[in-house]
Design a protein around this ligand. Sequence first.
Ligand SMILES: Cc1cc2ncn([C@H]3O[C@H](COP(=O)(O)O)[C@@H](O)[C@H]3O)c2cc1C
Ligand SMILES: O=C(O)c1cccnc1
Length: 374
Amino acid sequence: MRSDVTAAAAALGATFPGVTPPDAQALRDAQARQRDLTKPPGSLGRLEDVGCWVASCQGQCPPRELARVRVVVFAGDHGIARAGVSAFPPDVTAQMVRNFRRGGAAVNAIADSVGAGVRVVDVAVDGHLPGADRSVDDDAADHDADPVRAYKVRAASGRIDREDALSAEETITAIGAGRAIADEEVDAGADLLIAGDMGIGNTTPATAIVATLTGLEPVVAVGRGTGIDDAAWMRKTAAIRDAMFRARHFVGDPVALLRTIGGADLAAMAGFLAQASVRRTPVVLDGLIATAAALVAAQLAPGCPDWWLAGHRSAEPAHDAALERLHKQPLLDFGMRLGEGTGALTAVPVVRAAVATLSNMSTFADAGVSGAAD
Ligand SMILES: Cc1cc2ncn([C@H]3O[C@H](COP(=O)(O)O)[C@@H](O)[C@H]3O)c2cc1C
Ligand SMILES: O=C(O)c1cccnc1
């Protein structure tokens, strides 16, 4: 039976109001201020662009220091994981959710180091897998009242090479869940949002979505995920080929794409990323999973990519294609391939440096420093 929360999420639906662009006047003010600061014009390189982007998102120059950076980790299992496409067993998803809650995952460590908050949402974790570690849920005394499960759509999305990931109703509920979560975060004062992922097998639907939307051949798009061997890579490539065939008519239909070859986590992330833009809140994109969801969100709510910055370039080949399609140049290129929001979080200090320089440096006039010779 549906909870009040998921019914409310479904009511939000997949039809988005228009996305308004970041503030053009604040952008011009920021660009002018960059020229007045005590440095040769342009000498801070892309840091200057990032600072200007934050100012335009905030609608003010100089921009405010980021006070509440939040990462929401969308956890969900995928039926395709049973096809041997990952180096790890599906049980790891639920086990990692427990690890996130205890603060022991990479996302927790990096978030702590950059002063960000982490929220985990179980949208489709499978708690009943054969051989699953049942003890992972022991921490939650009352499962129904557990906030991590408030937006649960289903247990594991469908096996996308053979069946739809979601029903039509589940797809709308999942998109609405992501929207509701973005609303909650913005209402609680978030000034920078990150979508993270946790779900064994999730590079398979993410790659299938990116390849479908960018026209990539599966053999070019498929990466090693958690570190699969050649045999698993061949199984994964076949699964992605079959999934792409099932979705071939849905290149222009983002809701159908999420339903056929996405999943509840990807749908919720897409809703979250689109709604952040509706709410005029900047986002740093993470790796392949988040960027696959972003490509779909860009179809759901045209104009939302203006509110996004690419945090890093994942080692996954399909991530590059997705970034290119979004015209995004990533801030970092560290060979990271973890997800969870870790790549985006690692880029947060760069964003903070961009804001700090634009806000706190003196102008030539204030500091009594001579400008460039005529
Ligand atoms: C311990 C562990 C922690 C993770 N944190 C994120 N992922 C990431 O790796 C998985 C995707 O790769 P694939 O498609 O190959 O399964 C997802 O769980 C993703 O969130 C993890 C994976 C593991 C094993
Ligand atoms: O780029 C990502 O987000 C990614 C890559 C590998 C495994 N999990 C996530």
